[in-house]
Ligand binder design. Structure first.
Ligand code: IPM
Ligand code: MG
Length: 401
């Protein structure tokens, strides 16, 4: 019984094994980080995506173009529109990211990306793979960096979610045996785990962070999570000045809402799916997934995005222009920081803080009773123009920038 299916599955598994062995080897041999200071121009691709994506991305681009106006003028920075990263075009080609679109993206150095539709079974679209997942894999964006900050609760977390392995890497390549049995594959490689854990420790070191927390379920998922944890132990030895501990994902989700514990977390590193889930919880504590930005970083490419979806309903109900662009603007701030425009990134972060949390001269509600995304972006730009921005921020927060 099932002999044929089993043979086919074995072949499929063999293919996966060979491919992953190759991939692990490639990671071991990969070069050093790209140096943006040596590029002229730095090319920033902009892909609006689906639903509210194009609306909020356009506003984020306006803010960035304001901040980078001198660099653009001097030919140091160039914005480039990427067409075709839409569900319609993706379905037309039946590809998560159509080849010609990927080619255009690869001509850029970094990508600012709006949310894209991720179909699931039963949707009106064919069940093609997520564009996010495909881009993270195609551009080898292995570090998904998601900061979450709530000063009044003592929360200042930076998540390093592994972005190219775990349950995601082969999430579209599981095996069904005769509609009765479903098996998915989960991959952790030693070099893949090592580079994300090292990135977390490096970040901690450079930013004077105290502690790195490693999250797995290594007591149950013994092989892959076991390897992740082993790599943490190994990497941690290179950073004796940084404290580290390890938690299991279940209790970690509880501890993020435990007021007596949560402020002790600092930098957090974890495999892909755990990171997906935990960062949504963390973003909710900060005020919702719409308030969080996300950086997908690799050694050659990087992509910056909001962590929320396309909010298609808003478009259908004619409310797209009322969508809040702050998540994309925040992603833009992360992009500036990554590209080495540290002062501009800091100013933009302060402006976001002032507009979102303190001054709140206008508020976006997602409906006509609130401001439009364009008005919100204008408000951010006006705030950036204020020469007293930093003093203002210090006054509000009582902190040093
Ligand atoms: C995220 C999103 C994506 C993911 C989806 C859209 C595929 O939830 O960036 O966290 O699961 O990674
Ligand atoms: Mg998610």
């Amino acid at each position: 019984m099932y002999e044929q299916e089993i043979e086919a599955a074995k072949k499929h598994f063999e293919e996966i094994l060979r491919e992953q062995i190759e991939r692990a080897k490639r990671i071991r041999e990969e070069g050093d980080w790209i140096d943006y200071s040596k590029l002229k121009p730095i090319i920033i691709g902009v892909a609006g995506g689906d639903g509210i994506g194009p609306y909020i991305t356009e506003q984020a681009q306006r803010v960035l173009e304001y901040l980078l106006r001198d660099e653009i003028q001097e030919g140091k920075v160039e914005f480039r529109k990427i067409e075709g990263l839409t569900i319609k075009n993706r379905v037309k080609h039946m590809q998560a990211v159509p080849d010609d679109v990927l080619e255009e993206i690869k001509k850029c150095h970094v990508l600012l990306k709006g949310p894209t539709t991720t179909p699931k079974k039963g949707d009106p679209w064919p069940n093609i793979e997520s564009a996010n997942v495909a881009l993270r894999r195609a551009l080898d964006l292995f570090a998904n960096v998601r900061p979450v900050k709530v000063p009044e609760l003592g929360i200042d977390w930076v998540f390093f979610r592994e972005n190219t392995e775990g349950a995601y890497m082969l999430g579209s390549r599981g095996v069904m045996i005769d509609d009765e049995l479903a098996i998915d594959f989960r991959v952790i490689t030693a070099p893949g785990a090592e580079r994300i854990i090292r990135a977390a420790f490096e970040y901690a070191k450079k930013n004077n962070r105290r502690k790195v927390t490693v999250v797995t379920k290594a007591n149950v998922i013994k092989k892959s999570d076991g390897l992740f944890l082993d790599m943490a132990e190994k990497v941690a030895k290179d950073y004796p000045e940084i404290e580290w501990d390890d938690w299991f994902i279940d209790i970690m989700t509880a501890k993020l809402i435990d007021p007596s514990r949560r402020s002790q977390f600092d930098v957090i590193v974890l495999p892909n799916l755990y990171g997906d889930i935990l960062t949504d919880e963390a973003a909710q504590i900060q005020g919702g997934v719409g308030t969080a930005g996300s950086a997908n970083i690799g050694k050659r490419y990087a992509m910056f995005e909001a962590i929320h979806g396309t909010a298609l309903r808003m478009v259908k109900e004619g409310r797209a222009k009322y969508a809040n662009p702050m998540s994309m603007i925040k992603a833009g701030a992360m992009m500036l920081e990554h590209l080495g425009f540290k002062d501009k990134a800091k100013r933009l972060d302060m402006a976001i803080d002032i507009c979102n949390n303190f001054e709140r001269k206008i508020v976006v509600t997602g409906r006509p009773d609130g401001a439009t995304g364009e008005e919100m972006a204008n408000y951010v730009i006006e705030t950036l123009k204020d020469p007293k921005l930093e003093e203002k921020w210090k006054k509000y927060t009582g902190q040093k920038p």
